[in-house]
Design a protein around this ligand. Structure first.
Ligand code: CTP
Ligand code: MG
Length: 408
């Protein structure tokens, strides 16, 4: 999670320029019980293509560079489901919601009051295809507005009363469909919710406007659908499969062995009187995987983000590098579908550690065990395996990316 804070310049009442730290929090609503899409699991916890809808939604915000933190509002009966969805993601602890959407938003806003963000983006957990472009558009407009809503025109003819003759056509040129994320000045939306506890309103912008504040529209996205019923779920699967791009890339790394206290490989330590010599912990497997992921995303290589001569990375655990590449991948709604690693060395013997390595990689990459493969080879002492002087690793990664069209 990037914890960047930007500075905004405002004119205060005395026309003096005032600095304000911009701290954008995403408030994701996931406390509903999914009455219109009944099944074994509430809709936000359904798995589509390897991730739950809620996890897709959380990833879209937590990996966005200008969102400082994410707070999820959950149902008190879904706490185990939630834990399983977020595992050990570094986001704010969840808060329990109420029995209506409005109550859940209010409880969510109350729970972040102590952080006192400058802005909050309120988003339905049931809209997993929110793109970074739409988040950008909301955030940009928030520099000049107190409320921002994504809207889309109504293209179909509208009729009021299904069994009645329409007295006259309804003019739809000024009818709009409102989506989330809706962005607000935090204090103003909190005050609006606190002043409105008695009337049930399902949309935050309507509530905001009820208290005399205005919302600026930005263009929404046809793909940013809210999963409400079975039909929407079918659409979601269609969008994801039609937009799915499969990217495959390799990564390669070698480090020298020297005197030390154990060899780091695949995120575990193999007991040894040697270590891999590098600025970091020298874990060639994690380096190769990181480079493969970056390669599949055409996002440069590990040295671009972590220059080897930068002392900041001295002795650092290489999971930090891996996490960076995963963040970039998730920001593009990507997920790993398979990973295959070949470790090239004369020593140590890899097979006794293979299972532990697979377990560790599966947990680091958040993919199932059968999507991780580790092999080892010695190349018969011919030199390609660096005699006993070093260890190399080659990783091949395949990544599925939902190529969500920015303008749709
Ligand atoms: N939501 C919430 N708290 C509630 C009701 C809804 O946080 N008491 C959330 C839902 O989890 C969802 C979003 O608000 O992400 C939009 O609501 P909706 O699509 O209506 O979801 P549900 O209320 O779960 O569905 P249904 O109305 O069919 O029961
Ligand atoms: Mg509902």
């Amino acid at each position: 999670m990037l914890a960047k804070f930007y500075v905004m310049f405002n004119l205060n009442q005395n026309n003096m320029i005032e600095k304000q730290l911009i701290n954008n929090i995403a408030l994701i609503l996931a406390a509903g019980v999914s009455n219109r899409l009944p099944g074994k699991l509430p809709k936000q916890y359904l798995d589509v293509g390897g991730r739950s809808l809620l996890r897709m939604t959380i990833d879209a915000f937590r990996c966005h560079p200008n969102i400082n933190n994410v707070k999820v509002v959950i149902n008190k009966n879904h706490q185990d489901l939630y834990k399983n969805t977020v595992k050990d993601l570094k986001i704010l602890p969840p808060t329990l919601g109420g029995d209506t959407r409005q109550k859940s938003v209010k409880l969510g806003l109350d729970s972040i009051e102590e952080i006192n963000p400058s802005h909050v983006l309120i988003h339905d957990g049931a809209r997993p295809l929110v793109s970074s472009e739409i988040i950008n558009r909301v955030l940009e407009k928030l520099h000049v507005a107190n409320g921002v809503i994504p809207v889309l025109p109504v293209n179909d003819t509208i009729k009021k009363g299904i069994n009645e003759a329409s007295p006259s056509p309804i003019d739809r040129s000024d009818l709009w469909r409102i989506q989330t994320p809706q962005g607000f000045n935090f204090r103003m939306i909190l005050d609006a919710h606190r002043s409105n506890e008695l009337v049930e309103i399902t949309d935050d912008s309507i509530l905001f406007e009820k208290f005399g504040k205005s919302c600026t529209p930005i263009t929404g996205s046809e793909e940013n659908i809210k999963i409400t019923n079975q039909n929407d779920l079918i659409w979601l699967k269609r969008i994801l499969s039609s937009n799915k791009l499969l990217k495959v890339a390799t990564g390669y790394d070698v480090h020298r062995l020297g005197a030390g206290k154990g060899i780091r490989l695949s995120g575990i330590t193999i007991p040894s009187e040697k270590s891999l010599i590098a600025t970091s912990d020298g874990d060639v497997v994690l380096h190769a995987i990181t480079d493969a992921i970056l390669g599949a995303l055409s996002a440069g290589d590990i040295g671009h983000y972590f220059p080897p001569d930068d002392e900041t990375w001295k002795n650092v655990d290489s999971t930090v590098f891996l996490e960076k590449s995963l963040e970039i991948m998730r920001a593009r709604q990507g997920y790993i579908s398979h990973i295959d690693v070949t470790i090239v060395c004369e020593e140590p013997r890899i097979s006794p550690y293979r299972k532990e390595m697979i377990d560790r990689l599966s947990s680091l990459l958040d993919i199932s065990l059968d999507c991780v493969s580790i092999k080892a080879t010695t190349t018969d002492g011919l030199g390609l395996s660096f005699k006993d002087q070093g260890i190399g690793a080659i990783a091949t990664v395949s990544i599925s990316i939902a190529d969500i069209h920015p303008q749709l």
